[in-house]
Every structure is written in structure tokens, then in C-alpha cells.
Design a protein around this ligand. Sequence first.
Ligand code: PEP
Length: 254
Amino acid sequence: MPEPRRPLVAANWKMNKTVAEAGDFLERFVASIGGLEAVDLVICPPYPALATAVEWTERTPIRVAAQNMHFEAEGAFTGEVSAAMLRDLGVEAVVLGHSERRQHFGETDEALARKVPAALDAGLLPILCVGESEDQRDAGETEEVLAAQLGADLAELDGGALSGVVVAYEPIWAIGTGRTATTAQAQEAIAFIRSRLAERDAGQAQAVRILYGGSMKPDNAAELIAQPDVDGGLVGGASLDPDDFLAICRAGVR
Ligand code: PEP
């Protein structure tokens, strides 16, 4: 029997919360995580709030993640931040390939292929986002899109490193729209992702955590995370409120 996968729930704050607002959230959140020992908790603040988030979560199991990084360690890349810089700050994870970065900021599969190993090499947990647009789903291309993204984004990953990656299935049509994938759609897509990973390494694919993201809320989280291949959630809008986010984290307790 493979080891059961530990659920992971991550709050993607996107471009929200000042340092003071991040502190207010974390003061409440840190005080309320009793009973969540079985769930990996991750908070992804914007860059300016990373240091305060690291301070608030010191001596707690909560991990702080950045929302992006560059694949080079240093150099002439104005506006960019490296994995080593994030580690230096106490950051432990990083979201890579979020659809908003792919859509609005030119994030490419080629760059992601370098970012995933760069994150791992620096000791960051990469949370790699993949997902199809509404048009692609309507055209029956969901699996083709997911397979292409996984193939390209994990192309430069060392053979043994697969199980150290977290994948988030985020259908673009469900992000920030209030439209959640049905449990069947989430399970089907995530099982497909696992089957693709299994073509690289069947054993490691069983260990990879695959999250669902897209309008996850306190009232739909439990049903989504109860699906056999869904190992947690990447939560945008509903993660801005500590009570809503806590409720979603509690839905991750199996
Ligand atoms: C996200 O940004 O990763 C996300 C899932 O957003 P939302 O929960 O708001 O749809």
C-alpha cells in the first residue's frame, strides 16, 4: 500500500494585503490552527508581506510561499526575485505558473521548466499550477492541454525529484469566477494528471500532492478534497478572510 498523501491547503493572496493586513490575518490564523496538525498549511502573500508572514509563522507548522520567482540565482533581471533570496528570507515554498502569470505576464513553459528545478535545488517546495481555459474545455482539449503543460514544465526535472513537487489543477474558467469545477470534473482532471505523472514514475506519482484550485469555498471544499485524487486546495478569494480560510483548511482533515 502506498503511504497516504498529506493534505495541503494554500492561501494565494495574489496582490492583496498590506504588511499590517497580513499581520492581522496571521495573528488570528496562527491562534486558530489547533486540530489542523494533519494538514500542511501554506500562506502565499505578496512579496512585501513575506518577511512579516515568516515572522508570524515562526515556531508554527505554517509554511510561507512566494507567488513567483526567477530561475537564475542572481544577475541583471530588474524586478525579479531568486529562489535563494526567498530562502534567505525564510520562505519555504513558491507558486509557479499560476494562470494569471501565464495570461497577463508572459510566463512561459520554457521558463517554468527552469523554475521548477531551481526551486527544488534551493530547497523551496514548488507548487506548479496547470489548467485549461473555458474554450479549451469546450473543445474537448482539457487532457491535451494538461499533458502539454506537465510535459513542458517538468521537462528539466531530475528523475528522482518528482515526488517533491506539488501540482495544482486550476481550471482557468473557475478562477475568481465563482464557478467551481464539479467534484467529478476535479477528480477526473486530477486523476488524469496523476496518470501522466505515473508515465514518468509510477511510484513517485502516487506520492505527489495534487491540489484543486478555482473558487474553492468553505461550503464546497470538503466535497472536493474528499475525492480520492484531490489532496487539498489552492485558494484565492476565500483565503483573504481568516475564518473562511480556516474552514477550508478544516475541510482538508481526512
Ligand atoms: C487562485 O488564484 O489560485 C484561485 C484558485 O483563485 P479563486 O479561489 O479566487 O478562484
